[in-house]
Design a protein around this ligand. Sequence first.
Ligand SMILES: *Cc1c(COP(=O)(O)O)cnc(C)c1O
Length: 357
Amino acid sequence: MKKYNFNAGPSMLPHEVVEQTAAAVLDYNGMGLSLMELSHRSSEFKPILDEARALMKELLDVPRGYEVLFLGGGASMHFCMVPFNLLGCKAAYLNTGTWSTKAIKEARLFGNVVEVASSADRDFSYIPKAFDIPADADYLHVTSNNTIYGTQLRRDLDSPVPLVADMSSDILSRPVDVSKYSCIYGGAQKNLAQSGLSFVIVRESALGKVSRTIPSILDYRVHIANGSMFNTPPTLPVYTALCNLRWVKAQGGVAAMERRAAERAAIVYDEIDRNPLFRGTAADEDRSFMNIDFVMSPGYEDLEQRFVEYAAERGVVAIKGHRTVGGFRASCYNAMPLEGAKALAACMRDFENEINR
Ligand SMILES: *Cc1c(COP(=O)(O)O)cnc(C)c1O
């Protein structure tokens, strides 16, 4: 049976990307050696890293003056690295969920953090729209897609200060106006590669302005000066990222990814709205294209576990919601085919019929 993997992260990758990674593990390019066994300074690995960085720039139309880094660690490491490198006196943060809250907690270690708005009052089910951004802040930090709560800021805010964004779970899912950002970062394991890798797109002129001493390993400038090779990068995940970036390009780039994401999301949200057994948890206008959160309607709550099993029996796997929201979460990253969204919607319809029989 064909399986559709709705895991939130680590998550589904295009099958050919998984195959290419597997092949490289066994024998890279017919060398008789595994890619895992090659030096990161070898003549084989260097072009992998260079092409991956170049493709990130090409696909996201990254302007001059920005550098792309692939580093170890996850998005959480940048919760600390961003303020370490960019927060002089004051930074503004928009609190839209668990990940923003964690980013705020780390930033407070480095200076004055203004929480410009928060949607905690309604369980992070929406994105605050009206808020004042202090003009003397070094940056405004946003989480573009709230992986746990299923809300998404699908546009690049107009802000009097440069933006910094955690794009862990929607990078490469839409075109982005990078020029509005000082820094875009994320963990690779949602929409780029497997875990163990993080990406950063950083404006070089935003760096070097803070007076504190920064440990080398946490200094973006050190990583830029060393071309992402200050220390050993996670070589295999960088290769997977490269294969995935090539895949995105071959599919038509991020504009094509955005069209497909919209199509998939419409199929699932339409069924959530039609089906009396289910209801969505995120505010309509802020619904994420990447992580679709829904629960059983009042009166049907005890059917939750049964539906998870019902779907799994039909190849629709890993739809159980995050423990803080409960219910279901269908993560539909770039690799999810339209058929996956259709299969999930069909499961919901068939389940309704079975319950009403
Ligand atoms: C998954 C996730 C993180 C945490 O990533 P790690 O790589 O585990 O540190 C942070 N932010 C967002 C938006 C995420 O989806």
